[in-house]
Design a protein around this ligand. Structure first.
Ligand code: SF4
Ligand code: SF4
Length: 365
């Protein structure tokens, strides 16, 4: 008797296209009734034909799930790795940060909405009307080499929701002698983590709180223990792990809870594991809150030291890893802007409309 099937599409450099094309979602379960289940992040969205996942970056088309954002680049920047923040992996090196569109959270204080959620950019891709930049994995390695960086960081948007591209670029980067950094909320499945862990060097992960309520209220997702387990698993799988906590006044500023995070890091990742304490700057739905008092950040540092953490860093001028004042993507690519920002229609022809997604967009069930 036939059963539902789980698919894991493997890295194949020969199959990577130089033009924008929808890519099959790497971890998906195809159901006999035509629905698909995505296993990239802990939402594990179950989708019918035409539906997109919570992140908006994956769409079920005729029983197969596709990633819309493969190779679509929202922002690029070059900076020291310490800016991510990562302090104990190749200090002093330069990293090229890249992001796409889409996140598995909807944080009330997010500074990056256009990029991190990227809803209008992802709508444009679904409709075949997008003019966002496409950079193939091989091109991305060439861009990084031309800018003489030592590594590539996947950041700004949530890497788990365009894991297909992250995984392909990371494998080519390793072959080219470049390291990779994965800046994440760690709302990721074990399967996805196992897919990327062999190829990615560093995980820089948020531990936003230990309270389920905080995640539900602020991020629209729960399962604190799953997030902690993912970080612990990344560490066990051999990734270099550094964690960060953005302290939001009245939301996750309880000193006992913050001490609990420090204790968790000490117990699960070790006393040497770096913890970065960053400042909240008011934004979006949390605009009415003040920024984090420096005194509180210093007290958090003190309790972390009491717990026994050796590498605790306080940033009075740094919040999330945002992309707001970068050069345009075309400037990094050294390609004429007209060429970079042409309309993106899927290069494949399997869906019948000369590869054009326009007219085939269904936003709702
Ligand atoms: S990446 Fe996460 S949010 Fe997006 S479709 Fe997959 S399970 Fe859903
Ligand atoms: S703050 Fe980070 S995790 Fe939260 S929505 Fe923005 S990009 Fe996503």
């Amino acid at each position: 008797m036939p059963t539902d099937t789980q698919t894991s599409v493997k890295f194949n450099p020969e199959k990577m296209t130089q033009r924008y094309q929808l890519q099959e979602t790497r971890l998906q379960e195809k159901m006999l009734d035509g629905t698909t289940r995505c296993h990239l992040c802990s939402w594990r969205c179950r989708l019918k034909h035409g539906q997109r996942g919570f992140c908006q970056a994956h769409v079920n088309r005729n029983g197969t799930l596709y990633n819309l954002s493969y190779g679509i680049i929202s922002a690029i920047d070059v900076s020291p790795i310490e800016d991510k923040p990562v302090k104990h992996f190749q200090p002093g090196s330069q990293v090229m940060s890249i992001g796409s569109y889409g996140c598995s959270f909807r944080c009330g204080g997010c500074h990056n909405l256009d990029i991190s959620w990227g809803v209008s950019a992802l709508d444009g891709l679904a409709k075949g009307e997008s003019t966002e930049a496409y950079v193939s994995p091989q091109q991305m390695i060439e861009v990084a080499q031309r800018h003489q960086v030592q590594g590539i960081a996947f950041t700004y948007s949530e890497p788990a929701v365009w894991l297909e591209y992250v995984s392909d670029v990371a494998q080519l980067a390793r072959e080219a002698g470049l390291y990779t950094v994965y800046v994440s909320n760690s709302f990721v499945t074990d399967e996805a983590l196992k897919e990327i862990a062999p190829h990615v060097d560093v995980l820089c992960s948020d531990v936003k709180s230990l309270d389920e309520e905080f995640y539900q209220d602020i991020c629209r997702a729960s399962k604190v223990q799953d997030i902690l387990n993912s970080i612990e698993m990344a560490n066990k799988l051999g990734m270099h792990v550094e964690t960060r906590t953005n302290i939001i006044p009245t939301k996750n500023d309880d000193l006992d809870m913050l001490k609990g995070i420090a204790q968790w890091i000490y117990d699960k990742l070790g006393s040497d594991s770096p913890w970065h304490i960053t400042k909240f700057f008011p934004a979006y739905k949390l605009s009415d809150l003040p920024s984090t008092p420096t005194e509180l950040m210093n007290k958090t540092y003190d309790v972390a030291k009491q717990v026994g953490l050796k590498n605790v860093y306080v940033y009075d001028d740094k919040g999330c890893d945002c992309a707001d004042e970068n050069l345009t993507v075309s400037e990094y690519l050294s390609i004429d802007a007209d060429e970079v920002y042409t309309i993106k229609k899927c290069a494949a022809s399997c869906c019948g409309d000369e590869g054009i997604l326009l007219k085939k967009y269904e936003s709702k069930d």
